[in-house]
Design a protein around this ligand. Structure first.
Ligand code: NAD
Ligand code: MG
Length: 385
């Protein structure tokens, strides 16, 4: 029995994780679950899995959570400490599926406690990558990549000498605006940007896929997870999302991982690692798919790619600024306060204005993140006007 916690249990990755855990009750025991606001969905998941701790971030929802858990032996809790307890308490395996930099401290609590962390929360790695990887080395924590591209690379590296790696090739679907003109994209509406051609995901990452900032964040994520410099990580647009990423070796071999676009596949790989479990995800029908195609990424229509690569190469805290400005801009776009084209402009402006020394601690990361949020919040109305 593997004792597990799911942070962000009510989200897209969280519910896919629950789906797998509930299919394999003989293998997994759920210790703790967390959510931001949805007390009913959280309590329902806690009842189904027999979780012992349910943490709701929105404290006004605690009474509702308590009522919904009445008659169970699951403790309802709220607050920062309770969230850290869910991350670093009794569970040996932790799914980190909170969205945004808000997930950083719980992830670090699990790393400090030496747990196995299935990391979906890419923003935590983008903002604090070196600190997190160094801490994991010190504590013996294991970080398993859930993001489908990084999970693919992890699988392509297995059993091979890392010295023989020439480069990593991150594939990208290109998102819903892959073939759109820059002028059309500039005025795209949230409902258009949310329509991902292949994957069903939470709102924030769906918008990141439309701007291709998602691939920019994944470039930084790949750098921290696999230790390769920016010039040895390529981005390749592959609209069918069948090949989830590849590793090219010095001898000319390229190894790819393929699968249907279903997050249960990489999540299951992390859940059972180093074993394999059945997922009921659709298997690939390559005859039906027939064609796999590839294109170069377009950094003119998708400036977020260029901004993310530059942030990584700066070696300072620029990735924290990039991430914070992007989180704020995406939320403002979803609230219809700014245009789609403003998102990358706001991120670029924030990078040009912010002080971003390399962070020495998680407290430094949070301080830079908070300063950028305040600053971007102030300039936002002028940009969208
Ligand atoms: P989502 O919006 O569907 O779910 C987010 C979860 O985090 C929810 O349970 C929510 O209650 C919780 N949450 C939100 N804000 C919070 C806060 N401030 N504090 C604590 N909890 C909070 O998001 P998602 O699509 O499941 O993505 C989760 C993470 O996984 C993101 O970092 C995303 O980039 C990454 N990821 C997602 C997918 C996918 O297919 N959805 C694929 C790869 C990586
Ligand atoms: Mg991904």
């Amino acid at each position: 029995m593997r004792r597990i916690s799911i942070l962000g249990a009510t989200g897209s990755v969280g519910t896919s994780t629950l789906d797998l855990v509930e299919r394999h009750p003989d293998r997994f025991e759920v210790v703790a679950l967390t959510a931001a606001t949805n007390a009913i969905a959280l309590a329902d998941a806690a009842r189904r899995t027999g979780a012992k701790l349910a943490v709701i971030v929105d404290e006004t929802k605690l009474p509702e959570l308590r009522d919904a858990l009445a008659g169970t032996d699951c403790r309802a809790a709220t607050g920062h400490d309770a969230l850290l307890e869910a991350a670093a308490g009794d569970a040996e395996w932790v799914m980190a599926a909170i969205v945004g930099c808000a997930g950083l401290e719980p992830v670090m609590a699990a790393v400090e406690a030496g747990r196995t962390i299935a990391l979906a929360n890419k923003e935590a790695l983008v903002t604090a990558g070196s600190l997190m990887i160094d801490a994991a080395k010190r504590t013996g924590a294991t970080v398993l990549p859930v993001d489908s591209e990084h999970n693919a690379i992890f699988q392509c590296l297995a059993g091979n000498s890392h010295d023989g790696v020439a480069k990593l090739i991150l594939t990208a679907s290109g998102g819903p605006f892959r073939t759109w003109s820059k002028a059309d994209m500039d005025v795209a509406r949230p409902e258009q940007a949310l329509k991902h051609p292949n994957w069903s995901m939470g709102a924030k990452i769906s918008i990141d896929s439309a701007t291709m900032m998602n691939k920019g964040l994944e470039l930084i994520e790949a750098h921290h997870l696999f230790g390769l410099p920016s010039d040895r990580i390529d981005i390749l647009v592959h609209p069918q999302s069948v090949i989830h990423s590849m590793v090219e070796y010095v001898d000319g071999s390229t190894i790819a991982q393929l699968g249907s676009p279903d997050m249960r596949i990489p999540i299951a790989h992390c859940l059972a690692w180093p074993e394999r479990i059945e997922t009921r995800a659709e298997t690939l029908d390559l005859i039906k798919i027939a064609n796999l195609s590839f294109e170069a990424p377009d950094e003119v229509r998708f400036p977020s790619l260029r901004l993310a690569r530059a942030a990584l190469e700066s070696g300072k805290g620029e990735a924290i600024v990039l991430n914070a400005a992007n989180e704020i801009a995406v939320a403002a776009f979803l609230d219809r306060k700014i245009a789609f084209g403003d998102i990358a402009r706001i991120v670029e402006q924030a990078i040009n204005q912010a002080e971003s020394p390399a962070p020495q601690s998680i407290a430094d990361v949070i301080a830079i993140d908070q300063a950028v949020r305040r600053q971007v919040g102030l300039v936002m109305p002028m940009v969208s006007a």
